[in-house]
Design a protein around this ligand. Structure first.
Ligand SMILES: [Zn+2]
Length: 227
């Protein structure tokens, strides 16, 4: 699962919780940030094999600290706690439900990975591996990613008041994510090394976070100067 994760970020943001979209973009990929970092450090292991599954070249044969069910629950709780603490410290608005929403957004990553991944997600440590393996079916997996993303964006647009220009930017951002997914799923390429692959993960995910940050600034200039 790739851009489908962002559907949860778009769907979680409402006028009531006012969690910045960019924060949710970090939350839904938080487990992959941990994973990419641990692979870079040589602690978790990854093989990049052409044709490993129809929709992905990633053989994540050892990622118990980022992607086991137990650790996913723990990371979700940590993220919820950190969000509440940071909001409190900086006097940011934090609705009662917001930390829980952050936690669920982090955990959603594991659920969506469970659908796409082959049996490489451990329940605990590196044991009892599960995964429904939708990545073995390239077109249905792609269709699910796009359907989820579209649904998330529709919810985001419906539940958040914003100027027309930002609506346009959100839709354009959605189209960029669709193009990125087309590239990832359908454009053949030679596999990179494990380290280069996860560096790419870091760069792309962070680029999307920055775009999400920028998109929510569009059309706020006149409003934000209130004393
Ligand atoms: Zn993942």
């Amino acid at each position: 699962m790739f851009v489908g994760h962002y559907s949860v970020a778009f769907a979680c943001r409402t006028e009531r919780n006012r969690i910045p979209l960019w924060v949710l973009f970090v939350a839904v990929q938080f487990l992959d940030y941990v994973w990419a970092t641990l692979v870079l450090l040589g602690i978790e292991k990854l093989r990049v094999i052409k044709g490993f599954t129809a929709g992905s070249m990633l053989d994540s044969y050892f990622h118990p600290y980022s992607h086991s069910l137990i650790m996913a629950v723990i990371w979700s709780a940590v993220a919820a706690f950190v969000y509440r603490t940071v909001c409190g410290r900086y006097g940011r608005y934090c609705s009662k439900a917001a930390p829980l929403i952050i936690g669920l957004a982090v955990f959603s990553h594991w659920i969506l990975d469970l659908i796409a991944h082959p049996r490489d997600l451990a329940i605990y440590d590196n044991r009892w591996k599960v995964g429904f393996g939708l990545w073995n079916y390239r077109d249905p997996e792609f269709a699910l990613e796009i359907a989820l993303l579209a649904g998330g964006i529709v919810l985001y647009l419906a539940r958040n008041a914003m100027p027309a220009i930002r609506k346009g930017a959100v839709i354009a951002f959605g189209l960029v994510l669709v193009i990125v997914q087309i590239g990832d799923t359908y454009v053949p390429r030679t596999p990179l090394t494990d380290k280069t692959t996860v560096m790419g993960v870091w760069v792309f995910y962070t680029l999307f976070v920055l775009i999400a940050f920028g998109v929510e600034k569009i059309g706020t200039r006149t409003k934000s100067i209130t004393p």
